[in-house]
Structure formats: C-alpha cells, structure tokens
Design a protein around this ligand. Structure first.
Ligand SMILES: NC(=O)c1ccc[n+]([C@@H]2O[C@H](COP(=O)([O-])OP(=O)(O)OC[C@H]3O[C@@H](n4cnc5c(N)ncnc54)[C@H](O)[C@@H]3O)[C@@H](O)[C@H]2O)c1
Length: 434
C-alpha cells in the first residue's frame, strides 16, 4: 500500500520506517527541513535504538522517501497517517494547531483527486475532537463528505520511546476507530503483517482506549511510588514488597477490578485503605493518590443517588444489598450506603437480595446492618415478583439469578438503574452510571 506519514517525530519516524520495512511504499512528510534531510540520508532525527539502521535500510531500498510537499504526498498515496504533535496548552487542554494545519493541507489535496484516500490519525486525540473539529475542517477544505468520499480513522499508537521499533511490531492490539467500514478494512490491510488482535470500534472509543491506557500507566507509577514512600518511612524494602505484589496475577496484575460498575465496599477494602492512610498521615508521608481512593468511591455512590433523584419517582426497589454477588456480607456495602441515603431523603424503599437472610446474619455483619439500617426488617422483601411489580424504579446492584427471572417481570414503563455495568433490562428503560 502507498502510505504518507505526516510528522517525522518519535512516532512518525518509527512508523514510517517499520511500515516501509513491512513492504509498504512510504512517503514521509514534515515541515522541518533538517529532519527531512536527515531521513533522506537514512539517518534518524531522534535517538531510538535500531532506528538509524532501519531507516538506512528502507531509504536505500527505495521503500521510504521524504518530501515537504503535503499535497503531492496525499495525491500519490492511499492512506495518510497523521503523527504530528498534540501538546498540552498552559491550562491542560489539547493544542490541535499542528493537527489543524495538516488537515487543511490534506483537505486541499483531497479536493484535487477522485482517488479514495483514508486519513488516519495516529496522534493522540481526545474523544469528540474528530467530530467537532477535524471533520468540519476536512470537509470545508476538501468540499467532500467524510466517511463517504474519503475515509477517516482514529488509530492510536501504543509504542514507548526506547523500545519503539519492537513495540510497533508487537503491539498489545490494533485499535481502529473508523468512520466508515471501507477505511477500517483498508487500515486492517496496512497492519496485516502484525499479529495482534484488531479491535474495530467507534472513533471516540478508539481515542478513549489511548487515554485510559496512559492514565493507567501514570496511575501505576504514582501508586508504586506512594507505596514505596510508605515502605521507606517504615524501614521496609519497597522493592521486595512490590516484587511480591507483582507475582499476584489473579488480582493485582490482572483484569480483576477493571470493569466499570458500582463502588467497592465490603469488610476489607475500605477498612484497609483507611488504616494505611492513617499510618501514612501519622508519619507525615504525603499520599495524595491513595488519599483520593475513598472520596472517589463516595463520589461514585453519589452519582447513583443523583441519577435516582433525576428520575423523580419516590417508590424505588433496590435489587442487591450485599457488597457483591455470592456473599451475604453487608459490611460497608455501597448498596447499604445507597439505601441509607435514599431513606434519609424520604424515598419509599423496598430491598430484595436472595443471598441475604436477616435471620441468618451474625456477629459484626448483623451489628453493622442493624446500626446503619435499623428498619431493615420492614424494608426487605424476598418475593421478586412483588418487588418488581410494585416499583416504577428498580436499582440493580447485583444480577438476580438468573437475570431472566427479573427481565420477565419488567414492563416498558419501568426504569432500571443498572449499577452492574453490563446489564440491559428490556423491556424497561435502562439507565447507567458507567
Ligand atoms: N512519543 C511517544 O512515545 C508517543 C507514543 C504514542 C503516541 N504519541 C502521540 O503521537 C503524536 C506525535 O508524538 P511525537 O512524540 O512523535 O511528536 P514529535 O513532536 O516528536 O513529532 C511531531 C512532528 O510533526 C511535525 N509536524 C508539525 N506540523 C507538521 C505539518 N503540518 N506537516 C508535517 N509535519 C508536521 C514536526 O515537525 C515534528 O517532526 C502525539 O499526539 C503524541 O501524543 C507519542
């Protein structure tokens, strides 16, 4: 395939060289004449292991050439891969002025050709920017319709500087957020030699995967450093702690706890986060990240409360009271907190939980619920049919088993606030908070 790569910086140089090495015919475009000269000579304008050799190889083989003529590049290629910078402005917002300039140039070139061309944004771009900004810019300058007369994709890059070539060739996945199916298929062909799963999603989801990934990486570094700082103050070897921590592939380094849903609770997580924070505070070790965990969790419960208030019905059923499926532990359950708040606000609440039998609760679990919800006996009803038929609004915090049991009882005029993150409740209207 013929591919133009716009922006020969860290991402563009590596992408251009690797794509050329995969057999594509690549044209590199940049506004910086010094960078163009270097790449033209087969030299890397950035420090990146292996890149000098790779550039020399593909330039000598005629697989990669460079130009400052954006229009000529577009007219002579099937795909434009945009790798220009998207830096931060002073206030943190995204500065798209490099992107805008490229889009104007590409739009102008598209106006002059009937060849189908795919504009693919490899740079990191916030969700929404494509619809609000990029499409109008391309359509105004080209006089053509995005997704019909030309293709448009968001295709984020996941490489890391210093291991960029290997990362390009072995990505965890390829995410193609195309406006149209034809462009998605063309981009899939571009990466045909890369053996990684391909996810074809909508453009905003593609953008968000990149932001979720980088935010998570940043979160991990900050987390490890805060745990390390507490360890250091306590005279504990942080490297040993985190080395062992990393060996847990079931919960710690795993997909566990990463599905959006409702707040956490139970007898361990809130208590243990609180105790660790107390220790850090007592020893004057600042832990802004760890300190934000419980407020973030509280805010998530408040999101559910706000949604219920917005619905505007006073008769509400809560399906699920314990802190997760498969247990009757009510201690610090976010559903109990939700119930407490709604009762305080005067809602007429009915609670259903097939896993909670009040007569079987003992010890701290019983003490907790009787202290927090003293009238729990009057609120609970373990007849799902009655609970579902008598309430216009149902809050589902746990899927009843089987979920079909509840679905069969629902009516179109009912509203289900789904807190499980993955429930759909036809024929009732489903509202989500995540
Ligand atoms: N650096 C990374 O490791 C990395 C990894 C993944 C994603 N990203 C994202 O990729 C994008 C590019 O990052 P980078 O670090 O490669 O940027 P960079 O600043 O190194 O390179 C950008 C290049 O674009 C060129 N450019 C600017 N305007 C141009 C125009 N009109 N036409 C042609 N070229 C133009 C610049 O001269 C420069 O060479 C950013 O959105 C970044 O967030 C970066």
């Amino acid at each position: 395939m013929k591919i133009s790569v716009f922006g020969l910086g860290y991402v563009g140089c590596v992408s251009a060289a690797c794509l050329a090495d995969m057999g594509h015919e690549v044209i590199g475009v940049d506004v910086n004449p010094k960078k163009l000269d270097m790449v033209r000579r087969g030299e890397s304008p950035i420090i990146e292991p292996g890149l000098d050799e790779l550039l020399k190889k593909v330039v000598d083989a005629g697989q990669l050439r460079v130009t400052e003529d954006a229009e000529a590049a577009v007219l002579d290629s099937d795909v434009s891969l945009i790798c220009v910078g998207t830096p931060s402005r002073m206030n943190g917002s995204l500065d798209t002025h490099y992107m805008d300039r490229v889009m104007e140039q590409i739009g102008g070139a598209l106006a002059k050709t009937d060849r189908f061309h795919v504009v693919t944004i490899r740079s990191t771009l916030l969700p929404g920017v494509m619809n609000e900004h990029i499409i109008p810019l391309l359509e105004n300058t080209s006089g053509k319709k995005a997704g019909a007369d030309f293709g448009l994709c968001i295709n984020p890059e996941f490489l890391r500087e210093s291991t960029a070539i290997s990362d390009f060739r072995n990505p965890p996945f390829t995410v193609i957020g195309a406006l149209d199916e034809r462009s998605a298929d063309i981009m899939e062909q571009v990466y045909a030699d890369i053996s990684a799963p391909v996810h074809k999603v909508d453009p905003n989801a593609a953008s968000m995967v990149k932001y979720a990934s980088n935010s998570f990486h940043a979160l991990k570094v900050a987390f490890a450093n805060e745990i390390g700082a507490i360890c250091n103050d306590l005279g504990i070897d942080s490297q040993t702690v985190m080395h062992i921590f990393q060996q847990d592939r079931q919960l710690n380094i795993s997909t566990a706890y990463l599905r959006p849903g409702f707040a956490f609770g139970g007898s361990c997580l809130p208590k243990d986060v609180r105790a660790l924070l107390y220790t850090a505070k007592h020893r004057d070790v600042g832990t802004p990240l760890l300190s934000s965990i419980l407020p973030s969790n509280d805010l998530h419960i408040q999101r559910a409360v706000d949604r219920i208030i917005a619905i505007g019905q006073r008769d509400v059923a809560l399906i699920g009271l314990s802190f997760k499926s498969g247990t009757d532990d009510l201690r610090e359950s976010p559903m109990v907190r939700l119930a407490e708040t709604l009762i305080g606000k005067g809602y007429r609440l009915t609670i259903y939980d097939e896993e909670v039998s009040l007569s079987n609760l003992f010890g701290r679990n019983q003490e907790y619920i009787e202290r927090v919800l003293p009238h729990i006996h009057e609120l609970m009803n373990n007849d799902l049919e009655t609970v579902a038929s008598k309430n216009p609004v149902l809050i589902v915090g746990k899927q009843p088993k089987p979920p079909e049991k509840l679905k069969k009882l629902l009516k179109p005029e009912q509203i289900v606030l789904d807190l499980t993150g993955n429930g759909k409740w036809p024929p009732a209207q489903t509202i989500k908070i995540v």
